[in-house]
Design a protein around this ligand. Structure first.
Ligand code: ATP
Ligand code: MG
Length: 323
């Protein structure tokens, strides 16, 4: 890697390792996040996402690895890294005993902003996060979504160029999640680099330029959402029947399909394109088959996630039933 490339990277890790006792959490992972982009780290519970965030934001030390954030070597200039970043942890940093405004002013103090400037920045961010009305109330009276917004507003007080968001939208209702996505997009359009972890695959799909899936201490796959989706087969048309006899005759007529005798459903591989869909419909018509329900399933990040993190059967089934 030339020095020019490493400078245009907001975050770079090479051979990042971390163990707790004899349990290896991060087993030599490489990450490269270009400045001004969104990077999403996915992985099941306990995969090491928070550990990675804590290491890259200088909160805990790695056992090994070449780590650079904002162009600074973490081992050599941790202070310079701290000055460049903002971190919103998985668990709230909000102090419930004081008001939202006081939480903000505390952050302004931590960033050594002059009093007047601190008040201005606090008021501006509270307004941007729709918290002006609640600003004078104790944060303990806020809803989960309000606390989360305050949390992120606090992270932005020092105008960081690189932001770590550990599960920023967990527990938020759909409207608040979309608000949060809008805020993240705005940050990125201002040139901020965002490193986020999430349990929501649609969130990574919506926001991230690049996605990495962490499993068993390693990066199981990395790429854009489209690239990751191409890794898994899974596109199919699903036919469901209510009448067992109709199901049986369809299953016999269409031999090249995957059967699910319990659900009375058949799966025909398909890329979901209009052309293939028409071919499937023509084929069903020709065979005289009429299903009670026809659904098109294109592979999504859920498929990638379940395929890469091992547990492919149960969640896949549960997800389809939930649709
Ligand atoms: N301070 C610690 N001491 C010992 N083990 C720890 C410590 N912190 C984390 N671990 C372990 O490291 C592993 C990774 O934890 P981590 O919190 O990074 O996972 P995560 O991917 O953020 O999970 P989640 O999705 O639940 O937030 C887990 O097995 C956890 O039990
Ligand atoms: Mg975590």
């Amino acid at each position: 890697m030339t020095s020019t490339t490493s400078h245009s990277l907001g975050i770079a890790a090479k051979g990042l390792r971390k163990a707790y006792g004899d349990k290896t959490v991060l087993d030599g992972i490489d990450l490269a996040v270009p400045a001004g982009t969104v990077f999403a780290l996915l992985g099941p519970n306990g995969a090491g996402k928070t550990t990675a965030v804590k290491i890259l934001s200088t909160l805990i030390a790695a056992d090994a690895g070449e780590l650079r954030v904002g162009g600074h070597d973490l081992a050599v200039e941790p202070q310079a890294v701290r000055a460049a970043i903002g971190v919103t942890g998985q668990f709230s940093a909000v102090d419930g005993l004081i008001t939202g405004e006081e939480n903000m002013l505390l952050m302004a103090d931590l960033h050594h902003l002059p009093r007047k400037e601190g008040r201005r920045v606090a008021a501006e961010l509270l307004a941007r996060f729709d918290l002006t009305e609640a600003a004078k109330k104790p944060a303990s009276t806020y809803s989960g979504g309000m606390k989360r917004r305050l949390d992120i507003a606090m992270t932005l007080v020092g105008s960081p160029r690189i932001i770590f968001l550990d599960e920023p939208t967990t527990g938020l209702d759909p409207r608040s999640r979309h608000t949060m996505w809008g805020i993240i997009r705005e940050l990125v359009s201002d040139g901020v680099t965002v490193f986020l972890t999430t349990q929501y695959l649609d969130e990574a799909d919506e926001l991230a330029d690049r996605i990495a899936v962490l499993n068993d201490g390693r990066i199981a796959a990395e790429g854009s959402a489209e690239e990751l989706k191409r890794l898994v087969p899974g596109g199919h048309v699903r036919l469901r029947f209510t009448d067992p006899a109709a199901y049986q005759s369809a299953a016999t007529a269409l031999r090249e399909v995957t059967r699910d005798d319990e659900a009375l459903s058949l799966q025909i591989p398909s890329d979901g394109s209009q052309r293939e869909l028409r071919a499937v419909l023509d084929w069903l018509d020709a065979a005289g088959i009429e299903a009670d329900e026809l659904t098109v399933h294109t592979p999504d990040l859920d498929d990638v996630f379940f395929a890469l993190t091992g547990d492919s059967k149960v969640p896949h089934q549960a997800k389809e039933n939930a649709r």
